[in-house]
Design a binder for this molecule. Sequence first.
Ligand code: HPA
Length: 238
Amino acid sequence: MSNCNVPTPHISARKGDFAQTVIMPGDPQRAEFIAKTYLTDAKLVNNVRGICGYTGFYKGKRVSVMASGMGQPSMGIYSYELFNFYDVERIIRVGTCGSIDKELHARDIILAMGACTNGNFAAQYRLPGTFCPIADFDLLKKAAMECERLKLKFKVGNVLSSDTFYDDSASALEWAKMNVLGVEMESAALYCNALRANKKALCICTVSDSFIYPEENTTAEERMSAFTNMMEVALEIA
Ligand code: HPA
């Protein structure tokens, strides 16, 4: 489907309900946490399928926050509708990832300059080769500068957007030989949609677990609230 009016099949908000910048965690509860912790005057603009979206103000700037759900099909739907039907200009994903890089530990940050994938999302573009989904340079540069200003430990590089969390081949670590830093499940679809629509996207990931240091893995509760650093980076550059 390429032609659609608002509300869309998945978002009940009206035209103008979203700000030009949307912060996107995967988890609807994290979207609520961001809205209630950081935004003033936050209004619920979507709650279809429990994918809550809010629009409010951060330091005077109008910003929205809405969950993407898990995986590229879900991110694919929400980011497509926001970019193409709600005139959203920028989506900044704030997610968690599993690190496959020896220098990264739990709570460190990855700025996803590119997103490799074992999925098939980009096949729809029928390009005569392998497409390379990349972040918007301006957002990436600003996020790196903000991480430096806040003295956060971060690395910039590739992530793997995997279509499987439980993978029979346990192959995620193989991507480390190409210096891929971490594994998550949404960025490649987000970057494809942004580039196709001539819009901007960035994925900021906090390491929630490490394939190399499994003893460092964080709990669901820690993931929910302890990852405020990346949320602040995203809001500052919004
Ligand atoms: N795989 C995919 N997505 C993830 C992971 C993982 O190990 N950790 C956090 N998000």
